[in-house]
Design a protein around this ligand. Structure first.
Ligand SMILES: [Zn+2]
Length: 498
């Protein structure tokens, strides 16, 4: 037995049989070697960090021990919709919420704000209606001509109700913009159906956000929710579709970018620790080559006008039913040297089909890969990713909600963590499934994806990775490092204090 383990381990292979360590020592060495090789394994902790770490690990070990006894209440092994209530009882989660997470690097603007906040705050104007669209899907609209059914004025309907019925009415509205289901397992066999439900949400709110005042209020809230979750910088995917305002003036894509930039600058002026938000121009992955060429032209104009705000380009949508990146190689092969690709790729369970998007993303020199769920199946690709430091944006809860994996302990990122891949953790569309910021995804990464003994080093490395793989000027990098360092020390002190 010992001999066969030694054969598997080049590290110990040089030992002579006469010097073989005792069996338990050998086990320790194997486990230590694995620990050192994982994400965060080589991080050194200060004395105070060690103290905070032991508090964190006491809580983690207690939760795992309890979960082992009672798996039906162990959130990391459950679907998020069923486990969320137990996450809220978790001491580990409370510590993670307080932790500075660095940068938020994978999210879609229109899926990021909490659905409850949207219903309570963005559906109160007197000229907002609900009705069915041409496909009999409920939509919010200011324009009654878009309706193909009876039209309801949201304000009038709500004002006619007593407090209890009003809350019930708001919960009903929220169901149209949130994926939450009591029995998510009913949806699981059909990813096409899950995606349809997911995309319907964006159709339901589409006209709501095209109205400039609503768009502005929404994005201010987006920034607030990031700050509330201790995130100090973000790069978000956005399509920058045209807006209109009270005077019926329309705003083209560049003007929308101006609006968004103004909102970010105003927010930064009030929140001196917030480093900023930048945009990855994201368009649907279904289009003719000509349409894609036009999108690239628009992107180049945007990037040319705002090189440090519109930083890159991405294709979004269900990869399994969308067009492959390969279709657009000609259109995508000429990017300005200051811009980057941040392709969604490998968000699939297929092996040898859709997952080749990851190859094309790499060949097109992508800076990061969104999801990379299928990456462990492709050693040629992952060796390149490690060598070229292409970060993988792992979105655990998104992958679960969109039906790629049921139990997050089986998520392929466990392999990437064990092998210290350049990963960051993000949350994709947290507002659409009752998450917020990054804390829920960090919790699942810590409790379900990482080994049981992964500790504060792992969490710190995730935060440091998010800064490392962000697209920052040297001035911004200096600021983010300074702010993160300060917030990290405050966090450590607060863990020790409590
Ligand atoms: Zn995404």
């Amino acid at each position: 037995m010992l001999q066969s383990l030694l054969c598997l381990l080049p590290l110990l292979g040089s030992l002579q049989s006469a010097e073989l360590p005792a069996y338990d020592t050998l086990r320790e060495r194997i486990m230590d070697t694995e620990r050192l090789a994982t994400v965060g394994g080589t991080i050194w902790l200060s004395q105070d960090e060690e103290k905070a770490n032991s508090i964190l690990m006491n809580a983690k070990r207690a939760e795992i021990a309890e979960g082992f006894k009672n798996p039906l209440k162990y959130a990391p092994a459950m679907h998020f919709f069923q486990g969320r209530q137990y996450v809220h009882q978790s001491e580990v989660f409370r510590i993670i919420q307080r932790m500075p997470k660095g940068a938020f690097l994978h999210g879609h603007n229109t899926g990021m704000v909490s659905s409850k906040w949207i219903i309570q705050n963005l559906t109160t104007s007197s000229n907002l209606y609900t009705c069915m669209d041409v496909n009999q899907l409920l939509i919010f609209t200011y324009d009654q001509s878009k309706c193909h059914s009876e039209i309801q004025n949201v304000c009038t309907e709500r004002n006619d109700l007593n407090e209890k019925d009003r809350m019930k009415y708001e919960r009903q509205l929220e169901r149209h913009i949130n994926m939450h289901r009591k029995h998510p397992e009913m949806m699981l066999p059909n990813r096409t159906l899950i995606w349809k439900q997911f995309e319907n949400i964006f159709t339901t709110v589409d006209k709501l956000y095209k109205y400039r005042p609503t768009y502005c209020a929404y994005h201010k809230r987006l920034l607030e929710e990031l700050c509330e979750d201790n995130i100090i910088y973000a790069e978000i995917r956005a399509s920058l579709s045209p807006l209109y305002d009270e005077t019926n003036r329309t705003y083209n894509t560049l003007e929308v970018a101006n609006e968004l930039e103004r909102i970010v600058e105003e927010f930064k002026a009030k929140h001196s620790d917030f480093v900023g938000l930048k945009v990855i121009y994201a368009k649907r992955n279904r289009a003719s080559e000509d349409e894609m060429a036009k999108r690239i032209v628009t992107f180049k104009q945007l990037h040319n006008a705002k090189p440090n705000f519109i930083i890159g380009f991405d294709l979004i949508g269900n990869e399994d039913t969308g067009d492959p990146i390969h279709k657009y190689i000609n259109e995508l092969s000429d990017l300005p040297s200051t811009a980057h690709y941040f392709f969604h790729a490998g968000e699939t369970n297929w092996y040898g089909r859709t997952d080749w998007n990851m190859m094309d993303a790499i060949l097109l020199n992508t800076k990061r890969i969104g999801h990379g769920f299928a990456l462990p199946k492709h050693p040629q690709l992952w060796s390149t990713i490690k060598k070229r430091h292409i970060a993988i944006e792992v979105n655990p809860i998104s992958n679960q909600v969109l039906g790629l994996v049921w139990d997050l302990r089986n998520h392929p990122a466990s392999f990437m963590i064990a092998e210290n891949f350049p990963i960051i953790i993000s949350s994709d569309d947290p507002g659409v499934w009752g998450a917020k910021g990054l804390s829920y995804d960090f919790y699942y990464a810590f409790m379900a994806l990482a080994p049981a003994e992964a500790d504060l080093r792992f969490l710190k490395q995730l935060a440091l990775n998010s800064i490392k793989y962000a697209t920052l000027t040297s001035d911004e990098r200096r600021k983010i490092n300074r702010v993160f360092q300060k917030k990290w020390l405050e966090f450590i002190a607060s863990v020790i204090r409590n």
